[in-house]
Write a protein that binds this ligand. Structure first.
Ligand SMILES: CC(C)(COP(=O)(O)OP(=O)(O)OC[C@H]1O[C@@H](n2cnc3c(N)ncnc32)[C@H](O)[C@@H]1OP(=O)(O)O)[C@@H](O)C(=O)NCCC(=O)NCCS
Length: 149
């Protein structure tokens, strides 16, 4: 089995991120331009899971503020052939570590109500449902999750 390293998401792998993003999401996939915008935004932390000669997955988190500063998971995707190897878990754990190191105590995300795999992952890592987002994904509803770090 190849070794997987979690590192800062380098823009030079944008084609790989885009390919994984479109493999993981249909109409909701970010365009390549949107991914470039996100990966270069001042308030974004983005990590990639790198296999030997391949990108296995990536995560993009935006640091936002309403009543408090929080990390907002914008996208999390793992390529099909690398699933169930705890890569998403490692990406989330590293993001949470980096947020905490910045003094950010909260992480939030939206997920499709019918995405049971992702919901299982988030619940396992201690995220709790705090709301329902009606028709957030076209006709499909979303769920709003939060974790205190
Ligand atoms: C959701 C996703 C990121 C999970 O990536 P992954 O690297 O395979 O996840 P992990 O291996 O870290 O899984 C961690 C936990 O999630 C749950 N899980 C993962 N895959 C699962 C599956 N196919 N069925 C049921 N539970 C699953 C399990 O609880 C698992 O823990 P366990 O292996 O100890 O039982 C991946 O399936 C994916 O990219 N899906 C498409 C994009 C997506 O839905 N992103 C999230 C949008 S909010």
């Amino acid at each position: 089995m190849c070794s997987i390293k979690i590192e800062s998401a380098d823009l030079k792998f944008i084609d790989a991120y885009y390919q994984i993003e479109t493999q993981c999401f249909d109409a909701e996939a970010f365009s390549k331009g949107q991914l470039v915008y996100l990966l270069t935004a001042y308030n974004v932390i983005a990590l990639a899971a790198k296999a030997d000669f391949d990108v296995a997955g990536f995560i993009v988190v935006q640091v936002e503020t309403d009543d408090t500063e929080f990390g907002h998971i914008i996208t999390l995707s793992v390529a099909q052939k690398y699933r169930c190897m705890h890569i998403a878990t490692r990406l989330l754990e590293e993001i949470e570590f980096l947020l905490k190191r910045r003094g950010i105590a909260e992480c939030r995300l939206e997920v499709r109500e019918d995405n049971s795999v992702a919901i299982g992952l988030y619940q396992k890592l201690g995220y709790q449902k705090i709301g329902k987002l009606k028709r957030y994904y076209g006709n499909a509803h979303g769920l709003y999750f939060k974790k205190m770090l």
